[in-house]
Each structure stands twice: as C-alpha cells, then as structure tokens.
Ligand binder design. Structure first.
Ligand code: C5P
Length: 235
C-alpha cells in the first residue's frame, strides 16, 4: 500500500537502474526525485521514461540558481515535461523567484510545477555558515527569513531538514514543506540535522525524501515500517 508522503530519491546515474527502481517502488511511494546524476547523462528525456515506468509524480531536484531569465527557462522546460515539483535556491533573490513563479503560472494549473525553495543546504552547519560563508544570522533564523521571503515571492514551499520543520511551519502557514535527512529512529542521535520520519510529519512536513533506506531495501513495506511510516494512500 505504501505511503504517498514519501518521495523516493533516485540517486543513480544509471537509467536502467532508475527505471527498475521506479517499477519496484511506484506502488509504495508518492513521487520520485531525480537530480544531476541522471539528467546530466541522459537529459530531461529521463522524465517520460520514468513516467512510463510508473512515476506519476517527478520531483526535479536541480536546485536552480541563476539570473531570472535562465531560471524561468528552466521552469518552462520542466513544465513541458509535466514535472510535479522542482527546486530553486532562494538566495537567487526575489527577481529570480518571481520570474520562476510567473513562468510556472504561464504553464497553467495542470502543468505548473510546484516550486520549492532551498534556503540553506542540509549539508551546511552553523560553523560553515558563520565562519566561511560570512552569514551573520544564526542558521535557524537565516532559514526562517529566507523561507518567508520565498513564500512572499509566490514560491509554493521550502525544503528543510527535520530540525527546522516546526520552526519554519510556524512561520510560513500552509506552504509546502519537504524534508530530506530522514533516518530510522535509532540512527538519528548525534547526526547533524537528521530526524525520524514520524517526528518530521508531526512537526509539519508534507513530504519526506528518502533515498537509500528504500532503494537499497528488498522489502519496501518493511523499510517504510522501520522508518515509522504507517501505510496510507491519501495524497
Ligand atoms: O540519505 P538518503 O539516501 O536518504 O538521501 C536522499 C536525498 O536526501 C538525497 O537525494 C539528497 O537530496 C538529500 N540529502 C540531503 N542532505 C544530506 C544527504 C542527503 O539533503 N546530507
């Protein structure tokens, strides 16, 4: 039966493997996330291939960060291929985000991809932010302010790690929250910015990105269960 709140990350550059995983996992998850590994090798033509293999919803995670016109063109290409969700960097600024939002609106309600803003990459920590990137705000505050800016610009939602979900949820109303860095409960201790699936949903996440815990598993339902995710079909 699976869980439609789970987005499976296809972190492979091998299209045959991606199609195999999609066929296997499509009955169990709500969407599939692809990134540079697949698209740099095979182009966006991987999207219809995965759709044919059962991926009704594709999350194109290329984290665009460029001048407004270039990002708008990226949104147009994604919309043409019926991408469900895609990521852009909030630090590209309001003009870039507004251009993306306008381009998505041009695509019409049916084909407009959901635009998700990335504020601070989940691999960064306070130390790096402060001492190497020269950001004076603390990490949580920085993420909140960037997330609010994104929503003000019309972006549909934001990406954040489990640690920040509750805080960001309290600041952005009903906008969508997607969270990677989900670990089985026993593994979450001592890992920076990770959290359990149940905790992330309870804190206010709408979708969870899970990669290897699913793609490396023989028994998908057992893997979902060990993540603490009960079967559910609603979207
Ligand atoms: O670790 P896992 O295989 O579940 O990773 C799935 C996805 O989570 C990756 O595709 C990546 O986008 C995201 N991730 C992240 N930060 C990390 C590790 C993974 O955002 N430090």
């Amino acid at each position: 039966m699976g869980n439609r709140k789970v987005i499976c990350a296809l972190d492979t550059g091998n299209i045959t493997e991606a199609v195999r995983l999609t066929r296997k996992l499509a009955p169990h998850v709500g969407a599939f996330k692809i990134g540079h590994a697949l698209t740099l090798q095979h182009g966006l033509d991987v999207i219809p291939q995965l759709q044919d293999a059962g991926a009704n919803r594709i999350f194109l995670d290329l984290k665009f960060h460029d001048i407004p016109n270039s990002v708008a063109l990226a949104v147009r290409e994604a919309a043409k291929r019926h991408v469900w969700m895609m990521t852009i960097h909030i630090t590209g600024g309001p003009a870039m985000m507004t251009a993306a939002v306008e381009e998505a609106r041009e695509a019409g309600v049916q084909d407009a991809p959901l635009l998700m803003g990335v504020s601070v990459l989940t691999s960064l920590d306070q130390q790096t932010l402060t001492h190497q990137l020269g950001v004076s705000r603390n990490l949580n505050e920085h993420m909140v302010q960037l997330s609010k800016l994104a929503i003000e610009c019309g972006i549909d939602g934001v990406v954040c790690s489990p640690n920040e979900i509750a805080l960001i949820r309290s600041e952005i109303g009903h906008a969508i929250i997607v969270s990677p860095r989900i670990r089985v409960a026993s593994e979450t201790q001592d890992q920076v910015r990770t959290g359990s699936a149940r905790g992330a949903l309870d804190a206010g996440a709408d979708y969870l990105v899970v990669g290897r815990a699913l793609t490396a598993s023989e028994d998908i339902e057992a893997a979902l269960e060990s993540l603490g995710l009960e079967p559910m079909n609603s979207r």
